[in-house]
Design a binder for this molecule. Structure first.
Ligand code: MEV
Length: 489
């Protein structure tokens, strides 16, 4: 039996570096996840495939875990397994395959997230169910074993999800009820090495303990204020506090030319404020940007040499995936000719594998369109509104059969459907050949709470107003399909 567990990446909002020295930080989990599929085996060996960090077919006896030369990409996972076994012994082998929605270059915390996934999977598979704090302690120990230092904030984000007020080593882990954050994120194209930067800062701390200590106190103070302002949704002040935080990080010496260029580009283009996020030296910068300035800020970041990364904050924490990652999807060429079948896992993480998907828009007799609010536990776009029904086409299914099955699974109904059109849709991590269907129906619906939070009919004005005021967040597919059907222009 295997199990797939996923955990989100993270984005540091305030307090990096200071949090390594007993100060607080604010961190949010992002809607890009790591996944680990884990199986107990009877060969008493540890097997790891982690393509995102170039580890393939790595194998060693369970008795030798954590000894000798371990490839860089395997370290966190191998030490995590070793730590689990030392605390909760079991006597089988283990097979692990990891996959990532995001590049390990961005600094979103892929190592911590895979550590959390593997420990959570082991706790489920061995029946030794760990609560969040026990999981945190074991994952944090793993991070310290591998890299010697670190606050553990990334481990907490991977486990708890949402937005957290966090103090070093998990002394305080406080979930915050924060609204959608108007962040624009720019990647510098430079991979930062967190341990090198932490070491440089530690040396500075040793040489000038009072000066650096005062800087950390100031960062702690503004982090406390930022916590209140985040909760109030006072984005203008949050932006200003980011500027102050960036001034201090510059003083500590962890900013860089390209980070400064992207930060000042974002601010000149209308961001309320901006700072580096994480260890510094590269990786990403973040800015708080009013909605009307977003296009300008994104363009300015790109023009300054950055890459804008589209992610949403407040993603759910670690969880066991219920979607069968081995389910086979239909892979096609650009003309929709079938070229083979690949697993959900492969299709969802390889944009070269165009796979078939279906979308349905249901209209009622007043011409209003039914949208569904995605469940907060969904791995992509939690809480967003999407088309009435959507899903993938499985092996041996036609578009129409898949559409009818999804309709039954998600809304519990069978009604006449009409095929409209087909198009290729590109997402960051996957590419779909999407067939759009429509139907006319006034209800009732028997919704599946695992899939969605609610369904609701919207008239055109409500959608246009919701989008203009940012009260309604639509998935890309919903936006596109509403345009195809003429609901939006
Ligand atoms: C790195 O993303 C953030 C640091 O504060 C390290 C840590 O908290 O573990 C520099």
């Amino acid at each position: 039996m295997n199990i797939t567990v996923s955990a989100p990446g993270k984005l540091m909002i305030f307090g990096e570096h200071a949090v390594v020295y007993d100060r607080p930080c604010l961190v949010t989990a992002v809607d890009q996840r790591m996944r680990a599929t884990v199986e107990l085996t009877d060969d008493n060996a540890f097997h790891l495939d982690a393509p995102e960090v170039n580890v393939s077919g790595y194998k060693r006896p369970m008795t030798e875990l954590g000894t000798g030369d371990i490839p860089k990409g395997a370290k966190f996972v191998e030490i995590a397994v070793k730590n689990f076994i030392e605390k909760y012994p079991f006597s089988s082998g283990i097979q692990i395959v990891t996959a990532s929605d995001f590049s390990s270059l961005f600094g979103f915390g892929s190592s911590s997230a895979s550590t959390v996934c593997v420990l959570k999977a082991l706790s489920e598979l061995t029946g030794k169910i760990l609560d969040n704090k026990a999981l945190f302690d074991l994952a944090y120990k793993t991070v310290l074993d591998v890299q010697g230092k670190g606050s553990g904030f990334d481990v907490a984000a991977a486990i708890y999800g949402g937005t957290l007020y966090f103090v070093t080593g998990g002394n305080i882990i406080e979930p915050l009820q924060v609204d959608t954050m108007p962040l624009v994120i720019g990647y510098t194209g430079v991979k930062a090495d967190t341990v090198t930067l932490m070491t440089a800062v530690a040396e500075k701390m040793k040489a000038q303990p009072e000066r650096v200590g005062r800087i950390y106190d100031a960062i702690a103070k503004l982090t406390e204020e930022a916590k209140t302002k985040l909760l109030e949704g006072d984005w203008e002040r949050v932006g200003r506090l980011m500027d102050f935080n960036q001034d201090y990080l510059r003083d500590v010496g962890v900013s860089s030319e390209i980070l400064e260029a992207l930060i000042s580009a974002a601010k000149s283009a209308g961001a309320f404020g901006a700072k580096l996020s994480g260890a510094g030296g590269g990786d990403c910068m973040i800015s708080v940007t009013p909605d009307h300035s977003r296009p300008n800020v994104e363009a300015a970041i790109e023009a300054a040499g950055g890459q804008v990364i589209h992610i949403a904050a407040n993603a759910p924490g670690v969880r066991v995936e219920t979607d069968d990652q081995n389910e086979l999807f239909v892979v096609v060429d650009e003309n929709d000719h079938v070229v083979g079948h690949k697993t959900r896992q492969e299709c969802n993480h390889n944009p070269a594998l165009i796979h078939r998907a279906v979308e349905l828009l249901i209209f009622d007799s007043h011409g209003r369109v039914l949208l569904q609010k995605r469940s907060m536990t969904k791995d992509t776009r939690p809480g967003f509104w999407s088309t009435s029904v959507g899903g993938h086409v499985g092996k041996d299914e036609s578009y129409e059969t898949a559409m009818r099955r999804e309709l039954q699974e998600e809304l519990g109904i069978q009604i006449p459907i009409v095929y409209v059109s087909k198009q290729i849709v590109h997402f960051t991590e996957e590419t779909e050949m999407e067939a759009l269907f429509t139907a006319t129906y006034d209800g009732p619906f028997h919704t599946n709470p695992q899939e969605m939070d609610e369904v609701k009919f919207f008239d055109k004005r409500e959608i246009v107003f919701g989008l203009a005021t940012n009260k309604l967040q639509l998935t890309e597919a919903a936006l596109q399909n509403l345009k195809t059907m003429g609901v939006l222009s």
